[in-house]
Design a protein around this ligand. Structure first.
Ligand code: ADP
Ligand code: MG
Ligand code: MG
Length: 937
């Protein structure tokens, strides 16, 4: 027996189907769901789906189909003819088809659909006779001509045209002319004669422009449509959408050929779209729009104002129009029955399309509906409470990134619509903000102190501006990209920020900002939408962010905390940030950077004195001036964290970052410090490094200037002693940065323990609660983690530097080539945003394994930017880390991502290497969580 050809064509309709919902890969989302609806007994116009495999084949063989396809299509087509009681191409009673695209995951509006296939000069009279409506038939015909010429004859043929010169636009203009000539506004007001005349003109124009006749043969139209849908998979729009959404090009699209039903057959006909719950708020109410006497995309195209599907959905724009509920109550009731059935069946909010043909309801599509973050949370929690889904499913339903929406104040969208847009830049920091313009960091700080909200507007920012950046409500720069200093700092704080806004002409000296032909000064308000990168003139109304007020959010996060096995900490440098972190659910601080503390105007002088000091004695004297400040900082942070662990990193950046760059400022500083400008310049020359990222920084500073380490740890321990005496519980963890060898660490740890001992004695204490560990951020440290763990009581992966040094990419310079790397798929993602599992991840896994071999109870975390990236959080869970640490505003995101990781890859007890006791404890903990966790479906 000859091998049977694979099944390329799957029929649906009339209460049965060859396919089902699970077959999305083969049938595409639309086809699989049409099959499923048909099986559920929901009225679906019959048709068939040509599989995505055919698409792949079609691509591979440059437009040729598998040999067996034609026969399978003919057979399926005959079946539809029988079901509908009309033959395709029949002059007396013609069947028409729609040819619709449909990929695995929905790509709304990205690919093509052609309606009314099968209308020709021979079948037109039949269609008129069949429905007794000439106007309708010509309306259908002119739509076919418009869609077909555009999709099949132009786009699929690969004809490139200027934006406005496409055949569709040309035909649209002819249509507009016609309406004008007839003195009407709506398509529906054109008569049969008008439409007939239009069809003739359309065909003539097509012949002129495309040099081809509009096909007058049903089979030719059908196969032209099928090929065009396959081609549209590689159309420009579809390709760029796939890139953004990360959909692989190999997937391909299916083609659905479906009997036409007509919503444009008069007042008893309609077409519409609806959501089973409100996609904006998540509220459990049927929400949708429809149009009477319309077809296909009319509803979304905005040609006429669509009507609300029901009474409660009416808005000010639709108040005067009748709803489907009131106009066609019986059909509305039927639709309600169907939507409920669909939501129950799919166990998620559905986005549906329907058409009513002369009083008969047909469903054309159902899919899981897209939704805002707020809506996603509400739906997930409510569906779990309704018993529609389980708690773990509810947790999986919300994308961690979607929480972001709730965590920042936003510009009021209504105010935004009415406002004057000044410029657009890169959306670098979340949320919205409004304030008066401040032109320098100092100005921003002093004005903010008086309670005035300001937006810091700079060409770009540097570490010297940090105090002003912190004080400002938002930051706006004309230069720089998404990884510029301003962007990095703002994201870390969750502060609204727009960078690279090239249209700004900033005159700092005269405190003037010129943009969009307007000139603004320090008393003028501007407003920023950091999520979209838009700058507006004036003071726009804001919507406050307070996620804890959102009951659904609170519930979801509670479930997340019960489920996750990874702790979540925050990176915070100030008591305010620490308090914010706790409010967002942080269980400790994973990284306190001490260098930011030196930039404040009251201490930078002492810092600079220390740096320019020539002798150890002078240096020690200067550095000790910083002690009271540092101690204060640590008292504040340790107190704010109330007994939760706080990892404090010793000084990390190269010293020259603390010195001014402008010549004018150097003169000033020399005067201030009482040194000769020439001597200061010489010292700066000395500090200058060709490659500061690999230079004199991190623990290398502490090794060469032990007095810096001594001062810092003294500040930490004196703060600890003071708080302990006051009865506060505190848990500092001293972290040595940039260690590459055990000897470097030992050198610093000797100082740390010695100073601790001194503080213990000075304060007549028995002991101080603290631990000492290191960052693992130099590849050598990861490779020798087993040795380093002999001294280190904890590891914290500094994945920014670790990525930098593993790839040999400077994170400050990656902008020059990263776009090419991403475009050419040399890298899948920016490795500074999503951890490189294969390379950097391997170092992490190795260090975890060897570190724990030496020290089974080694506490391990991550404190790089990756700590707040959901994918990277999942990686950290799987690598066996104890915690992740991220910016306070990303803490909830990390909590949810950690819960999802625990659902997807539950940690099994006894899997991790460790002492017997540790293993036992973990078993117990795992049992507890397993018990708590709802049963997985
Ligand atoms: P998209 O994927 O862009 O939503 P569709 O394939 O859903 O495209 O087609 C767009 C619109 O065309 C549908 O919303 C529907 O209104 C109309 N349409 C598609 N097939 C039919 C059909 N068989 N009968 C009537 N209208 C149809
Ligand atoms: Mg659709
Ligand atoms: Mg580092």
């Amino acid at each position: 027996m000859a091998a049977k050809a694979p099944k390329y064509v799957y029929a649906f309709g009339g209460g049965t189907a060859d396919g089902r919902a699970e077959m999305k890969n083969l049938l595409g989302g639309k086809g699989a769901n049409l099959a499923e609806m048909s099986r559920l007994g929901i009225p679906v116009p019959p048709g068939f789906t040509i599989t995505t495999e055919v698409c792949a084949d079609f691509m591979k063989h440059k437009g040729a189909y598998p040999a067996a396809l034609k026969a399978q299509v003919d057979k399926a087509l005959a079946k539809v003819e029988k079901q509908m009681g009309r033959p395709f191409g029949d002059p007396a009673n013609p069947l028409l088809f729609s040819v619709r695209s449909g990929a695995r995951s929905s790509m709304p509006g990205m690919m093509e659909t052609v309606l009314n296939i099968g209308l020709t000069s021979r079948t037109l009279p039949g269609l008129i006779a069949q429905f007794g409506d000439e106007r309708f038939a010509y309306d259908a015909y002119r739509r076919l001509i418009m869609m077909y010429s555009d999709v099949v004859m132009e786009k699929a043929a690969g004809i490139e045209v200027e934006r406005d010169q496409g055949i569709r636009m040309q035909l649209e203009r002819i249509l507009e002319e016609k309406k004008r000539a007839r003195g009407v506004q709506l398509d529906t007001q054109l008569t049969a004669g008008d439409l007939k005349d239009l069809c003739e003109r359309f065909k003539k124009r097509i012949q002129e422009v495309l040099n081809k006749e509009f096909p007058d043969d049903p089979q030719e139209q059908l196969w032209g449509g099928i090929a065009a849908v396959f081609h549209s998979w590689n159309g420009k729009r579809a390709v760029s959408y796939r890139k953004i959404e990360g959909i692989p090009g190999e997937w391909g699209t299916a083609v659905n050929v479906q009997a036409m039903v007509f919503g444009n057959m008069g007042e008893e006909s309609a077409t519409g779209v609806a959501f089973t719950r409100d996609p904006a708020t998540g509220q459990r109410r049927f929400y949708g729009e429809f149009l009477i006497n319309a077809q296909g995309e009319d509803v979304v195209a905005g040609i006429r104002t669509p009507q609300s599907i029901n009474e409660i959905g009416k808005s000010d724009q639709t108040r005067h129009l009748s709803s489907l509920e009131s106009a066609m109550p019986k059909l509305y009731k039927q639709l309600v029955g169907i939507y409920k059935k669909l939501e129950k069946h799919y166990r998620d909010m559905q986005d549906i399309e329907f058409t009513i043909e002369r009083g008969t309801l047909w469903m054309l599509q159902t899919r899981v509906g897209k939704r805002t973050g707020t809506a996603a949370i509400r739906m997930a929690v409510e569906m779990a409470s309704e018993g529609l889904i389980s708690k773990p499913e509810a947790l999986m339903r919300v994308k961690p990134e979607q929480l972001d929406e709730l965590l920042h104040p936003m510009l009021d969208p209504a105010a935004e619509k009415a406002a004057v847009k000044l410029a657009t830049g890169l959306p670098a920091g979340p949320g919205g903000a409004t304030g008066k313009i401040a032109f320098t960091a100092d100005e921003a700080e002093s004005r903010a102190k008086t309670g005035e909200p300001v937006v810091l507007v700079r060409p770009e920012t540097s570490p010297e501006d940090v105090h002003g950046m912190h004080a400002a409500a938002a930051i706006l720069t004309s230069k720089g990209g998404m990884t510029s200093h301003a962007a990095l700092v703002a994201r870390g704080w969750g502060k609204c920020c727009i960078v690279g806004c090239g249209a700004l002409d900033i005159d700092t000296a005269n405190r003037r900002l010129t943009v969009n032909s307007r000139t603004l000064g320090p008393d003028d308000w501007i407003s920023l939408n950091g999520a979209r990168g838009v700058v507006y003139e004036g003071k726009l109304a804001m919507l406050e962010a307070d996620p804890e007020k959102n009951e659904d959010y609170r519930k979801l996060m509670k479930w997340a905390d019960q489920t996750r096995q990874l702790l979540v900490r925050a990176n915070a440098d100030t008591p305010e940030d620490a308090a914010q972190a706790v409010a967002f659910g942080a269980q400790g601080i994973g990284l306190t950077r001490t260098e930011h503390m030196f930039f404040a105007p009251d201490r930078i002088k002492a810092m600079r004195e220390m740096i320019v000091a020539e002798t150890e004695e002078a240096r020690r004297k200067a550095v000790m001036k910083l002690l009271p400040y540092q101690k204060n900082d640590f008292v504040g942070i340790l107190k704010a964290m109330g007994g939760r662990p706080v990892t404090i990193r010793l000084l990390d950046p190269p010293l020259h970052e603390f010195l001014p760059k402008e010549e004018r400022l150097v003169e000033e500083l020399a005067q201030e410090l009482g040194v000769r400008p020439a001597a200061l310049r010489a010292r700066m020359e000395q500090l200058h490094e060709l490659n500061p990222m690999l230079g004199h920084r991190g623990c290398r500073l502490g090794v060469s200037y032990p007095e810096i380490t001594e001062m810092q740890v003294r500040a930490i321990f004196e703060a600890t002693a003071e708080l302990t005496r006051q009865g506060e519980r505190v848990m500092p963890e001293v972290m040595v940065p940039l260690v590459g060898t055990l000897q470097e660490l030992d050198n610093q740890v000797e100082i740390i323990h010695r100073v601790a001992q001194e503080v213990v004695q000075e304060n007549a204490l028995r002991r101080l609660p603290y631990t000492v560990g290191t960052m693992i951020e130099v590849p050598r440290a990861a490779l020798t983690a087993g040795q380093i763990a002999q001294t280190a009581e904890f590891f914290s992966f500094g994945t920014n530097d670790l990525t930098q040094m593993t790839f040999g990419f400077s994170r400050d310079d990656i902008g020059g080539f990263l776009p090419y790397y991403l475009e050419q798929k040399i890298l899948p993602d920016d490795p500074f945003q999503t951890i490189d599992r294969i390379g950097v991840g391997r170092l992490v896994e190795l260090a975890v394994q060897e570190g724990r071999q030496t020290r089974p109870d080694l506490k391990i975390g991550i404190c790089g930017e990756h700590g707040g990236d959901p994918d990277s959080v999942m990686f950290c869970h799987r690598a066996g880390l104890n915690y992740v640490s991220c910016s306070p505003f990303r803490v909830p995101i990390a909590r949810l991502a950690a819960a999802q990781a625990a659902i997807l890859w539950p940690r099994k007890a006894g899997k991790k290497p460790g002492k017997k006791a540790a293993r036992k404890a973990e078993k117990k903990a795992a049992k507890k969580t397993a018990k708590k966790k709802a049963v997985k479906r």
